[in-house]
Design a binder for this molecule. Structure first.
Ligand SMILES: Nc1nc2c(ncn2[C@@H]2O[C@H](COP(=O)(O)OP(=O)(O)OP(=O)(O)O)[C@@H](O)[C@H]2O)c(=O)[nH]1
Ligand SMILES: [Mg+2]
Length: 451
């Protein structure tokens, strides 16, 4: 269970524009006065005409997992069938009463809504129930805030928090005053609303500038490594991407049986059969309804996916309806502009799939997919072969004739290609090389290729 108000990432929780001592004093005051010992949560969702009740329950299963990851006990859940969301209180007034009664029975002190609430809706529900209200985005932001380890991840989360909280500062202060701190209340929040808003806007400006710098630096880094194929591990959170990364490289990335263990990108060079090499990147896990603020502020990390040449889409094959997670991750990949990148699916955790027929079904429904177990080591060779096959599909064999004095072009060839044979005359070097198609085209344009 959460320790009152503190988090693994203090920098993120720092209200802007105060001295450290003041912040410390204030935080302690809030802790003593408001933080409840336990957070007992009730989950609330709505099933609209375009979704089935089953869909909404599936969504609430995930919300429950998120709530547990954030340290709450999930006591109960409510799904209401509606033709549209109630503008004032999201669900109807009768349902609000039922939720209030359930909250009393379970001693619940947190209501978690499955969709984003407008600040006025959250306020109404809090007034009607007397219980702290948060929505899916706040919950995910809270988990991200807690789990962000690297400087970049922390800055990205803080930016998303600031953007999300800016229009909600008044409500946040009400939270702290009347309802207690805890999940979803971290982030900027102060008494002097206007000066707070100014301070938050200033913080947003600074964070954006810092992150722009990171993006530029990473883009330059990618450019420097442009001759090498970039492979990104993508997929739904908890699918086993980092475990696969560790099995393929010596990256030693943190892996955990919790959502969002990885929040920033880690890249390593791997040697492949046939003398090839590639850069492989482990990235943040995807999730249904990934908050828009996070997608925007995680640009520096998600660019590593969008700019990859090849994706290994990792799916947890041991989850019921696992193909659903493949689809959901594909939706996010589309949103970040990565849907056209050549991809191989890796159905991971097959050691936990007891029904062999299910694996056959997955295999036949997704031709070319790889069945793997990152922990047991199954399928790793096949993953490496898939990357090699991709690299080879992007290469061609060309015959070149280069003046011996043209050291620059000769070293370009050595840097990007594999020399299969060569003969040297007095004036020209005749070479047969295997080289990526873009580099071959470049040499052709310079007039060095024999057709
Ligand atoms: N049984 C089994 N467990 C696995 C396998 N691969 C990963 N796991 C476990 O699944 C959990 C999640 O693994 P991670 O590698 O952290 O997953 P991830 O996709 O990187 O997750 P996020 O970074 O949170 O998106 C860990 O407890 C791993 O030990 C596997 O092949 N078999
Ligand atoms: Mg991970």
């Amino acid at each position: 269970m959460r320790e009152g108000g503190s988090s693994g990432s203090p920098a993120l929780n720092r209200p802007p524009g105060r001295t450290t001592a003041e912040r410390h004093q204030r935080r302690n005051a809030i802790k003593k006065k408001f933080i409840p010992k336990d957070e007992n949560a009730i989950l609330v969702g709505v099933s609209l005409p375009d979704t089935t009740v089953d869909d909404e329950h599936e969504s609430l299963d995930e919300l429950a997992q998120l709530a547990r990851t954030a340290g709450a006990n999930v006591m109960d859940r409510f799904v209401q069938n509606r033709t549209r969301i109630d503008g004032k209180t999201y669900v109807g007034s009768g349902m609000i009463e039922r939720i209030s009664r359930a909250a009393q029975i379970h001693a619940a002190n947190l209501l978690v809504f499955d969709d984003d609430l407008r600040p006025a809706q959250a306020r109404e529900i809090e007034d009607a129930t007397g219980i702290k209200v948060i929505d899916r985005t706040e919950l995910i932001l809270d988990i991200f805030a807690r789990r962000a380890q690297t400087k970049v991840a922390r800055a990205q989360v803080e930016l998303a928090q600031c953007e999300y909280e800016l229009p909600r500062l008044r409500r946040l202060w009400n939270h702290l005053e009347r309802l207690g701190g805890g999940i979803g209340t971290r982030g900027p929040g102060e008494t002097q609303l206007e000066s707070d808003r100014r301070a938050v806007r200033e913080r947003i400006r600074i964070l954006k500038k810092t992150l722009k710098g990171v993006e530029t630096e990473r883009a330059q880094q990618r450019k420097r490594r442009s001759g090498t194929t970039r492979v990104a591990l993508v997929g739904y959170t908890n699918a086993g991407k980092s475990t696969l990364m560790n099995a393929l490289t010596d990256a030693g990335v943190l892996t955990e049986d919790l959502l969002f263990a990885t929040l920033d990108a880690t890249t390593r060079r791997i040697e492949l059969p046939g003398g090839h090499e590639a850069l492989i990147t482990d990235t943040v896990g995807l999730i249904k309804k990934l908050p828009h603020h996070l997608v925007v502020s995680f640009h520096a990390t998600l660019d590593e996916v969008a700019e990859a040449d090849f994706l290994l889409h990792v799916v947890d094959a041991s989850r019921p309806h696992c193909e659903r997670y493949l689809e959901l991750a594909n939706e996010v990949l589309e949103e970040i502009g990565a849907s056209d990148i050549p991809t191989r699916i890796v159905f991971n955790k097959i050691d936990r799939v007891l029904d062999g027929a299910e694996l056959d079904r997955l295999d036949s429904r997704h031709p070319g997919s790889i069945l793997a177990s990152a922990t047991r080591g199954d399928g790793l060779e096949e993953v490496l072969r898939a990357v090699c096959a991709f690299i080879e599909s992007r290469e061609e064999v060309v015959e070149l004739s280069i003046p011996v004095a043209d050291g620059k072009t000769i070293s370009f060839v050595h840097e990007h290609g594999e020399v299969l044979s060569q003969t040297s005359g007095d004036e020209r070097l005749e070479m047969k090389v295997r080289i990526p198609k873009p580099q071959a085209a470049h040499l052709r344009k310079l007039g060095f290729a024999r057709e």
